[in-house]
Design a protein around this ligand. Structure first.
Ligand code: G16
Length: 548
């Protein structure tokens, strides 16, 4: 080991692991009540340093956020050198480090990790840090940086302060590409997106203003900065739920998760006639659109599946218009994707569609298998990836007509508009606005692509969610034994029924998703399944079926 163990012993003594808590690196890192996490933040410092050393000193990011979860929670995600999520083979080591009781155990897991991954400890390490607006953020940054300091002179770090999650991912990629991806600053991020957006909407009639529910989170000040850079003449936004001073308001009755799961307007968004609305989540990596239907005045949701369909349609049309038909465009979804969206992608757009486990880390890697991979989770988390073949084809292509030249220019600008490191609510918002501007579509015209099957998501609090294990891209339960048969029996009773049960990796709940031919049957199926899970797995609190 090329660091001073005594410094680690002294520093880690300030951050003892709380008793009776077991930490797990879940769907998106560690996530728990913020005041339980200082010891984890310290140990994540160890992981980030070893990862950076393994990657030959390339920069690793650590983001402190609990995203869509309530203000009292916090979390830590590790960002790999290309701006994507941490290599999943490192997750078990992250979990073991987080559960190390003291410096001796930390050093012993470090040694195991060093040996398993053949890490040269004399290499330098560089870590960049970002956090959202949560009150526990500064204390967690202190724990993390105390660790980085204790690990010695080969370790350097830079704290970027308050950022959206995707901004930190962007910065990591910029640093590691020596600026080829963009300037590694918040300002560089705004410049890149604003320039691409202005190019893409140039010459088109602007749309009506967009109401943006910022979830009372970091998205509010950051979107304001981006919108200023873009200019009101190019994009008119009205920010609501933009109060980041009252910490308890974060994600409270607002934001992308609220809108998606409640299927309703968020606080302070009326849904006036023709009002175009969208919502970010607490760290601005998810986006959903919504509006009030002009005829029946009902709430209408345009979720991640709808964004995915819109983006895939636009990109397919552009690649055809640009004469780049050799590029394969594909879409990646999860089991939460509405059945109608999958049918639209396959049957109308004639695109290949892959289904993977929940978590952008899974979708991202699957999307990399296409030349242009569109990936979105129904909850609004996603982006578009252009691989090396696609970017090469775009830079080499020679236009044979003005129409081809225009399509090529637009595709080249899209590569810059889209945050290719991770799902980014800002970049997705700009992408949607570009497409709607080009087509001069209202939200209801966009919505007409297909009609969602009625669907319902129910959360069930159980005695031990780790007793649930799934297979086949989360669609089937392996454990508890026998439960999947009961699920199948129930689903078979409903017309167009589809359902699955899986443990959340970000909340202490089991999620039940159901679809059926009509709203009544769908709700009945979802709540009956919720009740079944509740009864068989030692449910706590209210029994879901009682809502019926
Ligand atoms: C995170 C992940 C997403 C995932 C979501 C819910 O989102 O990044 O990919 O869909 O958690 O996961 P689960 O159902 O396992 O709780 P976020 O926005 O909370 O970071």
């Amino acid at each position: 080991m090329s660091f001073d163990l005594s410094a680690l012993v002294t520093a880690s003594a300030q951050y003892p692991k709380p008793p009776n808590v077991t930490f797990t690196y879940g769907t998106a890192g560690f996530r728990l009540q913020g005041d339980l996490l200082p010891s984890v933040a310290f140990r994540v410092g160890v992981l980030a340093v070893l990862r950076s050393k393994k990657m030959d000193g390339r920069t690793i990011g650590v983001m402190l956020t609990a995203s869509h979860n309530p203000a009292r929670d916090n979390g830590l995600k590790v960002v790999d050198p290309r701006g994507e999520m941490l290599d999943t083979t490192w997750e078990p080591f992250a979990t073991r480090l987080a559960n190390a009781n003291d410096a001796t155990e930390i050093a012993s897991v470090m040694e195991e990790l060093r040996s398993a991954k053949t890490i040269d400890m004399s290499k330098p390490a560089h870590v960049v840090i970002g956090r959202d607006t949560r009150p526990t953020g500064p204390a967690l940054v202190k724990a993390l940086t105390d660790c980085l300091t204790a690990l010695g002179s080969t370790v350097t770090y830079q704290d970027y302060g308050v950022l959206t999650t995707p901004q930190l991912h962007y910065i990591v990629r910029c640093i590691n590409t020596h600026g080829a991806y963009g300037e590694p600053t918040e300002d560089g991020y705004y410049t890149k997106l604003a320039t691409a957006f202005r190019t893409l909407v140039s010459g088109h009639r602007r749309l009506s203003p967009l109401t943006v529910d910022c979830a009372n989170g970091v998205g509010a000040p950051k979107l304001r900065a981006l919108a200023e850079r873009i200019g009101e003449a190019n994009l008119a936004v009205e920010l609501v739920n933009d109060n980041i001073e009252a910490a308890d308001q974060l994600n409270y009755q607002c934001g992308a998760d609220f809108v998606k799961t409640q299927q309703n307007f968020s606080a302070n968004v009326e849904g006036r006639p023709l009002e175009r609305c969208c919502a970010l989540d607490g760290d601005a990596d998810r986006l959903v659109y919504f509006y009030r239907d002009e005829t029946d005045h009902a709430f209408k949701l345009l979720d991640g599946d709808k964004i995915s369909g819109l983006a895939a349609m636009f990109i397919t049309d552009l690649t055809r218009a640009a004469g780049l038909t050799d590029l394969n465009v594909g879409v990646v979804q999860t089991a939460y994707a509405n059945g109608s969206s999958t049918a639209y992608l396959k049957e109308v757009l004639q695109l290949p569609v892959a289904c993977v486990c929940t978590g952008v880390k899974h979708l991202h890697h699957e999307a990399e298998k296409f030349d242009i991979g569109v990936y979105f989770e129904a909850n609004g988390h996603g982006t578009v990836l252009f691989n090396h073949a696609a970017t090469q084809a775009l830079s080499k292509a020679q236009a044979r007509s003005p129409a081809q030249a225009e399509a090529l220019d637009q595709l080249r600008a899209l590569v810059d508009l889209v945050n290719q490191t991770v799902g980014d609510a800002f970049s997705d918002l700009l992408l949607v606005e570009v497409i709607l501007t080009h087509r001069q579509w209202s939200l209801s015209q966009w919505d007409h692509a297909y009609t969602d099957l009625p669907n319902r998501l129910v959360k069930v609090v159980v005695a031990d969610r780790t007793a649930f294990r799934t297979t086949n891209a989360d669609t089937q339960l392996v454990e508890p034994a026998g439960l999947q048969d009961k699920v199948n029996e129930l689903v078979a009773k409903y017309r167009g029924g589809r359902a699955f049960v899986r443990p959340s990796g970000t909340e202490d709940v089991v999620r039940v998703y159901a679809e059926a031919a009509n709203r009544h049957e769908c709700d009945q199926l979802a709540f009956k399944l919720g009740g079944l899970v509740f009864d068989l797995a030692g449910g706590k609190g209210e029994r879901p079926a009682e809502f019926l």
